[in-house]
Ligand binder design. Structure first.
Ligand code: RNT
Ligand code: ZN
Length: 420
């Protein structure tokens, strides 16, 4: 008997069908964020200083400098990860060339600037999510949608509307919904004297963006909250209460997005998923790993990642009720490896959740048998999960653990290390 067949028997004894788990996970897409590949620089600005309260640290050689390099790197990452994937683009990754008329500013970008990405996705059968880029741009004053300056605000509103049109285009071309996430780094370093004004303006600006026509069954605008960022320690316009209330008040055109790096360190997104699912048909996630702050470290297979995956599965989130995207950027290690480790870990966490006997555990909880619940929960941790994971990789036609890193290393030696 193969190791997988043995593992399958062991899981069957506790009422878990590992074949069904593998089949369910295979078709549930996770969005891979293009911005890990070039340290969130994009292609549309000359100066590449990252603003908006986020930070990449490290200068590992080989970041992608052109659309082609980024596509090549993403391609390798995708090949080494099991399961269904989507691409996740930011507006600053628009591709300008002579054929499409050259550079335009962010308020003027059009679907044609993403045609090459659409071709990339089509060739690989991928859907694509999208994000307006409200940072790293001279028009950040430094506020954007909440700026007191009307001209600034209008510029960014026009950018948001352009992104709605691009999202609609991506959804139509690729035949999959496009999650369009609105996040700004708007906020203050020190205690503000007006907290309400920026939020009122932020609200009106999002209203204006979402007044652009779109089909809500295809385009899923989200609002992402954040507690603080570098340089905006005292106040953010898009706080948790603001963003969640916005989504709740605009359920016909907007959904909430939670990034697990964006809360006070003892708050957990895993617990927030069922809270939101109680009230929302759909929610979106940015899965990341914060160490002490929103540091956007690569996703590892830690307790919270596993707990988030469990809640996604238990809430029936795998069939798109919960939209899963990765969001981290580590510039201190090989960037393709960063993608692969994070994406494989998210897949692992979901597969673990799928081979957990939730009905049995729920029953123990409902019966108040917390003693046995603890025993069963603890013993689940040492079941032969690795064999199920390797079978999942095999079924998906990607390398098992221990068998992919050499490929990235060879690509590094042949390709990325030679980049200036
Ligand atoms: C920043 C937010 C936001 C960005 C991306 C690049 O704290 O998490 O989602 O990371 O849009
Ligand atoms: Zn995020």
């Amino acid at each position: 008997m193969s190791r997988y067949e043995e593992a399958k028997k062991i899981y069957a004894e506790i009422g878990v069908d590992t074949d069904a788990a593998i089949a369910a996970l295979k078709v549930a897409p996770i969005a891979l964020h293009c911005w890990q590949g070039d340290d969130v620089r994009g292609f549309d600005q000359k100066v590449d200083a990252l603003t908006g309260g986020i930070q990449t640290t490290g200068n590992y050689p080989g970041r992608a400098r052109t659309p082609q390099e980024l596509m090549d790197d993403i391609d390798l990452a995708l090949k080494l990860c099991p399961g269904a994937k989507k691409l996740n683009l930011h507006a600053c990754y628009a591709i300008f060339d002579d054929e499409n008329g050259g550079w335009v500013d962010r308020d003027k970008i059009e679907p044609k600037h993403f045609k090459k990405w659409v071709d990339f996705c089509k060739e690989r059968g991928l859907g694509c999510d999208f994000n307006p880029t409200f940072f790293s741009h001279p028009k950040c004053d430094p506020l954007t949608l909440s700026s007191p300056n009307e001209e600034t605000r209008n510029f960014w509103i026009e950018h948001g509307k352009a992104c709605i049109r691009i999202s609609q285009y991506l959804a139509e071309e690729l035949g999959q919904e496009c999650v369009m996430n609105i996040w700004t780094g708007d906020g203050f370093k020190d205690v503000p004297s007006d907290r309400m004004g920026p939020r009122m303006r932020y609200k009106e600006s999002i209203d204006a963006i979402l007044s652009e026509p779109f089909d809500f069954s295809k385009v899923k605008p989200c609002v992402e909250s954040k507690v603080f960022g570098i340089g905006v320690e005292a106040y953010t316009a898009g706080s948790a209460e603001f963003s969640l209330s916005y989504a709740a008040a605009n359920k016909d055109k907007c959904i909430p997005l939670m990034d697990n790096g964006h809360y006070h360190p003892t708050e957990v997104v895993s617990d927030k998923i069922p809270a939101l699912i109680t009230f929302f048909d759909e929610v979106a996630l940015h899965v990341t790993r914060g160490i002490r702050w929103d540091s956007d470290h690569v996703v590892v297979l830690d307790d919270e990642t596993k707990e988030i995956a469990k809640e996604i599965v238990r809430c029936g989130g795998l069939d798109r009720r919960v939209k899963i995207a990765l969001d981290y950027f580590d510039a201190s290690i090989n960037r393709v490896t960063a993608w692969v480790v994070g994406l494989r870990n998210m897949q692992k966490a979901l597969l673990m959740a799928l081979v957990t006997p939730h009905d049995r555990l729920r029953q123990l909880q409902d019966e108040g048998d917390f003693t046995q619940l603890m025993v069963v929960s603890e013993e689940l941790k040492t079941l032969p999960f690795g064999d199920v994971w390797n079978e999942y990789c095999r079924v998906c036609g990607v390398p098992a653990d221990g068998k992919w890193f050499d490929t990235v290393k060879a690509y590094e030696n042949e390709v990325t290390i030679k980049r200036g």
